[in-house]
Design a protein around this ligand. Structure first.
Ligand code: 5GP
Length: 186
């Protein structure tokens, strides 16, 4: 067992992580985002593009709070490797399958840190001539963001700390935690 549901603190390889956003707060905000996006896209059929692997949990919860018709597709990028600090390199590992020409695209991110990944992805999607692109991110580390990007829907602004859980990993593990935890004293 990695931790009790919604434990206040968890130990990961000798480091302590403390709860930053609990499950109930996350679910409430995801439902709100779903409602807002559904209203904004009424009468259209947007394609939600999830960024693997981190956004899968958020993605699954978000689209179940979308009350209009929609489609889904996924992209996979690599930026961090196993490190806790962005390496500044972005590589495309999995391309889109959908034809996105003239479509309304909503990119779904788990977290925007420096902003490099989102800038790269927006450019990639833009080059395939969609009708529109919007970005929804569950978390935004505003202090860490170095690129000038418009984030259309933000779940939570968080401090510049390393976080895990609800899709976010620690060396590929801990994505299955229901709450979001931050490295203590980070
Ligand atoms: P950016 O390109 O904005 O610097 O970084 C975006 C990606 O880095 C996210 O999609 C995520 O995979 C990873 N990342 C950024 N901050 C964190 C963090 O605090 N925890 C974890 N687990 N991943 C992060």
């Amino acid at each position: 067992m990695i931790s009790k549901y919604n434990a206040k603190e968890i130990s990961v390889n000798g480091e302590i992580f403390e709860i930053l956003i609990d499950e109930e707060t996350i679910q409430k905000r995801v439902a709100e985002l779903g409602e807002i996006i559904s209203k904004d896209y009424e009468g259209r059929i947007p394609i939600f593009i999830g960024v693997l692997n981190g956004s899968v949990i958020f993605f699954a919860d978000l689209i179940r709070n979308i009350s209009i018709n929609c489609e889904v597709d996924f992209l996979k990028l690599s930026s961090y490797g196993d490190a806790k600090i962005s390496s500044g390199n972005v590589k495309l590992i999995k391309e889109l399958n959908a034809d996105i020409k003239n479509r309304d695209i909503i990119i779904v991110e788990d977290i925007v840190d420096t902003g490099l990944s989102i800038v790269y992805m927006k450019g990639l999607i833009q080059s395939q001539n969609p009708n529109s692109i919007k970005i929804v991110t569950l978390l935004h580390k505003k202090e860490a963001t170095k690129y000038d990007i418009k984030l259309d829907y933000i779940g939570f602004q968080i401090p510049n700390r390393f976080v895990i859980g609800y899709g976010l990993d620690h060396s590929q593990k801990y994505r299955n935690l229901r709450s979001i935890y931050a490295l203590k004293n980070s």
